[in-house]
Design a protein around this ligand. Structure first.
Ligand code: NAP
Length: 259
């Protein structure tokens, strides 16, 4: 029997930009795409974690890796990111919008500064990145956008009003891009991570140590996720295997959102 798996999921010759890939979920996804053969552009605001991640991927996956210092809020940097990616690799095939922040506050006491910052990084910047990537993705044989939202695109959250609003907005943005750019053979999809062990969530748990057990208790898989748990879904959404899949949001949460 023919082995159909390899070509379906093979990303050799593809170039992927992953924002916020210096650590956490972005790193797990970047490593996954590199394992499938893609050249990787790690675009992050933190140059220390970025260089650690790029060295690791270069050594373990033997693919080309470029680092790009990026604050996703800076439109001129986004433009340069696209130009430098094309100059280095000749094409852009996969854009993973992963960089995101959490601001914790009850709605009645949330500052407008925190509201705006969350919306800027989690939603507005993703639109800017997609808009700037569009012409390059259109030129690709099969352009792919993967937006990292959250299970809080589904649930309301007392202490995360701006976060939940930004992530559900991201789901709707993704659906709109999926419709608009389907004729260009660009697929746009979301991943909704559940509770994943990353520097962001580990820091958050310091203020609420009980959160660890609460999450384990409600998650059918019986554990927190790890960044590597996102890799398989990201490879699927980045590859030809998902060519007829667009505008969807896939929870990767060990079953948390169905319980
Ligand atoms: P993380 O550990 O904080 O990693 C995020 C990375 O993005 C960091 O390297 C961070 O740099 C970088 N970053 C932050 N602001 C940026 C900006 N303005 N421009 C460019 N890069 C920036 O977070 P994570 O937990 O991996 O989360 C990644 C994504 O998954 C986020 O969109 C988050 O909302 C989503 N998510 C996470 C979870 C979870 O349980 N962890 C669950 C659902 C969804 P610094 O090191 O300087 O902060």
């Amino acid at each position: 029997m023919k082995n159909l798996t390899q070509p379906l999921f093979d990303l050799t010759g593809k170039t992927a930009i992953v924002t916020g890939a210096g650590q956490g979920i972005g790193r797990g996804i970047a490593e996954g795409l590199a394992t499938a053969g893609a050249s990787i552009v790690i675009a992050d605001i933190n140059s220390d974690t970025m260089s650690q991640t790029s060295s690791h991927i270069r050594e373990t996956c033997k693919v080309e890796v470029m680092e790009f210092s990026l604050d996703v809020r800076r439109e001129e940097q986004v433009l340069n990111l696209m130009d430098e990616t094309i100059a280095a690799f000749g094409s852009l095939d996969i854009l993973v919008n992963n960089a995101g922040i959490v601001t914790i506050s009850e709605p009645q006491s949330m500052s407008m500064e925190d509201w705006d910052k969350t919306m800027d990084i989690n939603l507005r910047s993703v639109f800017v990145l997609c808009q700037n990537a569009y012409h390059h993705l259109k030129k690709s044989a099969n352009g792919k956008i993967i937006n990292i939202a959250s299970i809080y695109a589904i649930f309301g959250a007392q202490y995360l009003p701006s976060y939940a609003a930004s992530k559900s907005g991201l789901v709707q943005l993704t659906r709109s891009l999926a419709i608009a750019w389907a004729p260009d053979n660009i697929q746009a999809n979301c991943i909704l991570p559940g509770w994943i062990n990353t520097p962001l969530s580990i820091e958050g748990r310091k203020n609420n140590p009980a959160a660890h057990d609460i999450v384990v208790g409600r998650t059918p898989a019986g554990r927190w996720g790890d960044p590597q748990d996102l890799a398989g879904t990201a490879i699927f959404l980045a590859s030809g295997a998902s060519q007829y899949v667009t505008g969807v949001s896939i929870p990767v949460d060990g079953g948390y959102s169905i319980n």
